[in-house]
Design a protein around this ligand. Structure first.
Ligand SMILES: *[C@@H]1O[C@H](CO)[C@@H](O)[C@H](O)[C@H]1NC(C)=O
Ligand SMILES: *[C@@H]1O[C@H](CO)[C@@H](O)[C@H](O)[C@H]1NC(C)=O
Length: 260
């Protein structure tokens, strides 16, 4: 029986950003796509779009990003019966869900701290645990690996700033998790990689981030000063395709004219 690989992606937002672009890029390479998200409408809409394009895609809704719900949902993905007869193996997983609040330290609430801890590292612990258990059941593929676990990080994963105490504290912890997993599971031929996304990503929500419409126009027109979600996704594919003799733990992606 032939085997068709599955990519599991947590965090697809409104279907216009990094998680969604990763789903499209991997589906073009023949992957099945299992999507985890909180917003059921956006999730179902995006899953339908992938199916329309001929991808075997399945939606896995979670009411919230909690340790228990994410553990349960990855278990469901592992048991899921895909429509086509080929055997399914989870070979790639991406944690792209995140929580950020940008405010002065004295304005930070207890809830902000909890939400950041939950989305940026407590739940990634649950996600990683289930994914690694799934990878351990895989034989090594032709690249000498059992699976690739990817994390979307940010500049704040290694550098704090004036309004980033909540976000950076969570992202530092996520990076620490990723690095520890890379060390522990590399020797089982499981590849864990962390990507620092250092800049603004062009999405349909970008306009809301720019107060000045002229500045927004420059950003849309000029690929030198922003990141494209599809370009990030292609880098994730590159990581998944690395063989065991030379694999990356950390990638740092930024537009050509990044200025910080
Ligand atoms: C996925 O990662 C990107 C890059 O950090 C981020 O902008 C986006 O909000 C993330 N998606 C979700 C659903 O959290
Ligand atoms: C830190 O924050 C300041 C003020 O918002 C900003 O001008 C600067 O670019 C930030 N630096 C980094 C590394 O993000």
């Amino acid at each position: 029986m032939s085997v068709r690989p599955v990519i599991v992606i947590a965090g697809i937002g409104n279907g216009g950003g990094t998680g969604a672009a990763t789903a499209r890029v991997f589906s073009k390479q023949g992957y099945r796509v299992a999507l985890i998200a909180r917003n059921a409408d956006q999730l179902n809409k995006f899953t339908a779009e992938l199916k329309q394009a001929g991808t075997e895609a399945a939606a896995f809704h979670v009411p919230d990003y909690s340790y228990g719900s994410v553990t349960g949902v990855v278990e469901s993905i592992r048991r899921y019966q895909w429509p086509s007869a080929e055997k399914a193996e989870i070979r790639v997983a991406l944690w792209n869900a995140s929580f950020g609040a940008w405010k002065s330290f004295l304005d930070v609430t207890e809830k902000d701290v909890h939400d950041s801890a939950e989305a940026n590292f407590i739940v990634p612990f649950a996600f990683s645990r289930q994914i690694i258990l799934a990878f351990q059941e895989n034989e090594m593929n032709e690249l000498g690996k059992r699976g690739t676990l990817l994390f979307t990080g940010a500049t704040a994963s290694w550098r704090g700033n004036v309004t980033t105490s909540v976000f950076a504290a969570g992202k530092f912890a996520e990076r620490a998790l990723s690095q520890s997993l890379n060390k522990e599971f590399g020797r089982q031929n499981i590849h864990v990689a962390h990507a620092i996304i250092d800049g603004g990503i062009l999405t349909d929500r970008s306009a809301a981030r720019h107060s000045d419409p002229e500045a927004h126009k420059r950003y849309v027109e000029n690929a030198d000063i922003r990141l494209d979600a599809e370009s990030i996704a292609k880098s994730y594919l590159y990581l998944a395709n690395q063989d065991r003799s030379a694999w990356t733990w950390e990638l740092d992606l930024r537009p050509a004219h990044e200025k910080w």
